[in-house]
Design a protein around this ligand. Structure first.
Ligand SMILES: NC(=O)c1ccc[n+]([C@@H]2O[C@H](COP(=O)([O-])OP(=O)(O)OC[C@H]3O[C@@H](n4cnc5c(N)ncnc54)[C@H](OP(=O)(O)O)[C@@H]3O)[C@@H](O)[C@H]2O)c1
Length: 333
């Protein structure tokens, strides 16, 4: 191996307010040596996820990211050298390599990936984003043909696929997104039936007009005021799939929850369930097979937003939280 320098991006301080470039610093260190049970990886594409910011608040389904450590993050990486029987040089894996060029990671924390082209699809439609949309909608939301399905952060990586899968299942789909351009894109390119721009005034009023008969399934990526508006518009026996709360990530958590909890949940007999995509990983291959056939048939469009260069990773995350991205954002290292 010729390279000796490993560029790494550290989280130097945990933000108390909005995340900014001052919270990160790039350093150079040596390329690590893999120990027994580990593989040395060359990071190819780093996944930018709204959850990266949530990890800074404290422990969740994973340990909190701490100041003065390499910023955590999943990536598609290539095995350069292996000290573990299940992996060999040239294999592709997904794992939490962090924001750096090289990482030595224990094989038990890596998922071997199929050789699918383009490689970027392993982070978007066949990665966490696509699988979250697939399992969250179909297993938690359980839409039936004819249902009205609403999804928030609808132009993002998870949301854009949730809406398209709901269309494939014969539902009427309403997306909620920030800005007219994103809303136009949802209806003209992705086939959503309607889109609501939550930055353009009263979201409840616009949503009530778009979902005049009420909502059967709400796929919640954002929490906060949008969850409150959807709760009030749910039909009896509706389902809410709680996927994330991006409206709360880049600030201190709100002191008050959405109104209507638990009153509306009771009177409307709602099923409200959170999930983490890893709960479903035993069925990953089946899901990827179905997603592949929808992509091949042209029923599922894959939108990717690839930023060049490890040094731009902090900027890419800050921009994602501000709504710069359409579809799956990632950094090519
Ligand atoms: N449960 C799981 O296993 C799982 C797995 C993956 C992701 N997730 C969750 O899925 C959600 C989407 O994550 P992602 O990584 O795919 O990001 P993403 O949707 O690609 O990007 C985040 C989007 O959120 C929107 N947003 C930002 N601030 C907002 C606010 N205050 N109110 C409403 N929308 C806001 C922005 O779009 P606009 O321009 O529309 O504002 C932005 O583009 C997150 O909540 C994440 O935590 C959950």
């Amino acid at each position: 191996m010729s390279a000796t320098v490993n560029r790494q991006i550290l989280l130097v301080e945990k933000p108390s307010g909005k995340l900014g470039p001052e919270h990160f610093r790039m350093i150079e260190g040596p390329v690590p040596e893999p120990k027994d049970g580990e593989a040395l990886l060359r990071v190819r594409y780093i996944s930018l996820d709204a959850a990266n910011r949530a990890w800074m608040h404290g422990a969740t389904y994973r340990a909190a990211v701490e100041a003065n450590s390499v910023m955590a993050g999943g990536s598609v990486a290539e095995v350069l050298a292996s000290k573990t029987p299940g992996l060999e040089a040239g294999d592709l894996v997904f794992g939490d390599t962090g924001w750096q060029d090289y990482a030595a990671v224990a094989a038990k924390h890596l998922t071997k990936l199929p050789k699918i082209e383009p490689l970027t699809h392993l982070l978007s439609v066949y990665g966490v984003a696509g699988l979250t949309a697939y399992f969250g909608l179909l297993e938690i939301g359980r839409p039936k043909a004819g249902d009205t399905v609403v999804v928030s952060a609808a132009a993002g990586s998870v949301g854009s696929m949730v809406g398209q899968i709901a269309k494939i299942k014969g539902c009427r789909v309403i997306g909620i997104a920030g800005g007219k351009d994103k809303c136009d894109w949802l209806t003209s390119e992705l086939g959503f039936d309607a889109a609501v721009d939550y930055k353009d005034g009263a979201v409840f009023k616009a949503l009530r007009a778009a979902a005049a008969d009420g909502i059967d399934v709400y796929f919640d990526n954002v929490g906060g005021d949008i969850l409150e508006a959807c709760l009030a518009l749910m039909k009896n026996y509706g389902r809410i799939a709680c996927c994330g709360a991006v409206s709360q990530y880049d600030q201190m958590p709100s002191a008050h929850g959405p109104r209507g909890v638990p009153g509306l949940i009771v009177v409307k007999r709602l099923m409200v369930q959170g999930f983490i995509v890893t709960d479903f990983m035993g069925r990953r291959d089946q899901a990827i097979g179905e997603l592949q056939s929808w992509v091949a048939e042209g029923k599922l469009k894959v939108q990717e937003d690839v930023i060049e260069g490890l040094e731009n990773t902090p900027r890419a995350l800050i921009g994602l939280l501000a709504g710069e991205n359409r579809g799956k954002r990632m950094v090519r290292v």
